[in-house]
Ligand binder design. Structure first.
Ligand SMILES: Cc1ncc(COP(=O)(O)O)c(C=O)c1O
Length: 367
């Protein structure tokens, strides 16, 4: 391997759609309509059709999608939301931002997702919602979680930031709950060239409320029904996402192809490759996360062999300093273990076969 392997490469993807993207951006600049224009409307429409939701409401980021969804349900002070302790910080941060308390249920160490069997013991009269994360691109046990929500009359907000295109029993993540929250952060499977987010819902009332919340609480100039936000998607980002949606099926096939190559090539008893659930689900591999016992030694070995990696995520969320006021006493066994073992290796549609082969061979030689 003489060409440097990257942890991800956004430039190659841009090259494949650059003509279209450049033309669209120029047209937008000339049009003078820069936010919430026809590209945003088209994207919201296409997104719903792709996912299978009645409505899609765009916003500024995946974090905002979560915050706005919580706000649309009037979740706030005194309320609790059960979520995963093994996720990007934004999931729990959104809950805290609306004034509620995140409560953490341990994960299934095979899938990295919240384990539905651990949730019920945390449900009490303050619990208002469950917020599972479909981590690394694989759906959580969302049907089981939905059953719990129905049984206890709780709301369901899916964090789909990493799972665009993934399914559970042939149904897209983001269509099971009251809301599905997506991120267009550049490294997501469907990413833009900045920040952006989307909320999916089947509720007409909630769709209307969300459209107001993202726009300072109103749709008519100088009339404000709620304390809202400035969380509007701009036309340029919407046009880039639209261009990427045209090739997303192909990009997804490539990610899955790489995952299958790793699966067939990585063979080392010190390394556990990702587990795919055995039902009719579709994993979209936003990350390819393996587990190793002695991570410091392993990552030094990767560095020595010029293989980049990411540690998603090294600290259980309940141990983050920003949450110290909650005085969590959690010690969730699977989460504690997985945060010490996880290593994400390169996976992106443009990763070349010789790089995949090289990475697998290096991992196989690890002793
Ligand atoms: C699981 C998860 N939730 C939420 C977010 C927040 O999305 P954004 O960065 O678009 O605000 C991310 C982004 O990294 C994420 O991975």
């Amino acid at each position: 391997m003489n060409k440097k392997i990257k942890i991800f490469d956004l430039t190659e993807q841009y090259k494949s759609i650059s003509k279209k993207v450049n033309k669209n951006i120029l047209n937008i600049l000339k049009s003078g309509q820069y936010i919430l224009g026809k590209n945003v409307a088209e994207l919201e429409d296409k997104f719903s059709k792709f996912i299978g939701s009645k409505y899609s409401i765009s916003c500024n980021s995946g974090t905002d999608a979560l915050v706005l969804s919580l706000r649309a349900l009037d979740i706030g002070h005194g309320d609790e939301v059960i979520t995963s302790p093994f996720t990007y910080f934004a999931t729990a941060e959104a809950i805290v931002l609306v004034g509620a308390k995140p409560v953490f249920a341990d994960i299934d160490p095979r899938t990295f997702n919240i384990d539905y069997r651990n949730i019920e013991k945390y449900i009490n009269k303050r619990t208002k919602a469950i917020m599972p994360v479909h981590l690394f691109g694989q759906s959580a046990e969302i049907t089981q979680i939905k059953k719990l929500c129905s049984k206890h009359r709780l709301k369901l907000i899916e964090d789909c930031a990493q799972s665009f295109g993934s399914t559970k029993n042939k149904k897209h993540t983001g269509t099971f709950g009251d809301f599905g929250c997506f991120s267009f952060f550049p490294t997501k499977n469907l990413g833009c060239a900045g920040d952006g987010g989307m909320i999916t819902t089947d509720s007409l009332t909630k769709m209307k409320k969300l459209k107001k919340l993202r726009n300072h609480g109103g749709l008519v100039r100088n009339i404000h029904e709620y304390i809202g936000y400035n969380s509007r998607l701009d036309e340029i980002q919407a046009s880039i996402i639209l261009a990427k949606m045209e090739i997303i099926t192909n990009l997804d096939k490539k990610r899955n192809h790489i995952a299958q190559l790793y699966r067939s090539m990585i063979d080392n008893k010190l390394v556990t490759i990702p587990y795919e659930t055995e039902d009719e689900s579709h994993h979209v591999y936003n990350q390819y996360t393996i587990k190793v016992k002695n991570r410091v030694r392993f990552t030094k070995y990767l560095e020595k062999n010029l293989i980049p990696f990411g540690i998603y995520y090294p600290i259980p969320i309940y141990k983050q300093k920003a949450l110290k006021n909650f005085k969590y006493k959690c010690n969730l066994k699977n989460t504690e273990e997985v945060t010490k073992q996880c290593v994400s290796i390169p996976i992106y549609p443009e990763l070349k076969n010789d790089a995949i082969k090289y990475i697998s061979q290096v991992i196989n030689k690890y002793k």
